[in-house]
Design a protein around this ligand. Structure first.
Ligand code: R5P
Length: 292
């Protein structure tokens, strides 16, 4: 088995290789002057199991094409099997034709991955209207969750009696409530109204004594940050001791990290599915375990 980092998976790939004592290969990814993608395997992949590691961010289309080019090339060069370990898969949120004439991106992204990889490994994919990866991927697939790692982080950093774990919307219950239940912490799930990609409203559904509490908001993705920002603002009106944000995939588009800090979040933590200064929860062990 050889682990190859894609453009957005350098640190994670190195860490997976180190943990599993597998070879870390070199995949040279460059662009021609006109912007065309060019890649080259610097290690022999013949008869090997090739693992491509990297999330589809910050340029989702480019990252998707890297997966297609690298896996097709590895196969042509004689690789026995190609596994795409993509902690954050882009295009999953466009899971229906919301407006006439729109593309349903998740199916097209999956069609491309299905056409070139033998297995896909991912972490907490955004599955909403579609609840099963099998609907999209016909290849071997594994959906991992960072819930246990996030739960361990919260248990280490916060006191059970003084902490409330909050989910900003109903969907986040699969992270916030499950994590809270697994470590015996209190949880509360809010309601979200989304008006547009940059305009949401959060409704605190259950009033309680917030004074003196550390509130930890957990969600799968922080993208524009508006979900978290509104949740932080709503909670802060109730004067808790502090508010913290944890996500699996820290996209932090359009300066979301700074905006969220400004809104009053005391800490903002993400897993290393996407490289960012907020990374404090390491997924390499979880992924390595699935590979070996
Ligand atoms: C949506 O359903 C997801 O679980 C997240 O809440 C959402 O993607 C966050 O997006 P944003 O940061 O743009 O509000």
């Amino acid at each position: 088995m050889i682990i190859f980092p894609l453009q957005n998976g350098k640190k994670l790939a190195a860490s997976i290789a180190k943990r599993s004592k597998a070879k870390l290969g070199e995949l040279n990814i460059e662009h021609f002057p006109d912007g065309e993608l060019h890649l080259r395997f610097e290690d022999d992949v013949r008869d090997k199991i090739v693992v491509l590691v990297g999330s589809m961010h910050p340029l989702p289309s480019e990252a998707l094409l890297e997966v297609v080019f690298a896996s097709k090339t590895a196969k042509e060069l004689g690789a026995k099997k190609v596994i795409a370990a993509i902690p954050y898969i882009a295009y999953l949120r466009q899971d229906k034709r919301f407006h006439p004439g729109e593309c349903v991106s998740n199916r097209i992204m999956a069609w491309l991955v299905n056409s070139c990889c033998d297995k896909i490994i991912t972490v907490d994919p955004h599955l909403h209207r579609i609840t099963n990866l099998a609907y999209l991927f016909h290849i071997e697939r594994k959906k991992l969750t960072a819930n246990d790692l996030i739960a361990q982080y919260i248990r280490k950093k916060f006191k059970k009696e003084k902490t409330v774990i909050a989910g900003p919307d109903i969907e986040s219950s699969q992270w916030a409530k499950e994590i809270a239940d697994s470590i015996g912490f209190e949880s509360v799930i809010f309601l979200k109204q989304r008006f547009s990609s940059r305009h949401v409203k959060i409704h605190v559904t259950k009033e309680k004594e917030w004074k003196g509490k550390d509130v930890v908001i957990v969600d799968d993705i922080i993208s524009s940050g508006h979900t978290m920002i509104e949740a932080v603002r709503e909670i802060k009106k109730r004067k808790p001791k502090s508010v913290h944000c944890i996500c699996v995939h820290g996209i932090f588009a359009e300066g979301a990290f700074e905006k969220l800090k400004k809104s009053g979040a005391k800490s903002i933590i993400s897993t290393n599915s996407i490289e960012h200064k907020s990374n404090a929860i390491d997924l390499s062990g979880l992924i390595a375990k699935e590979l070996f």
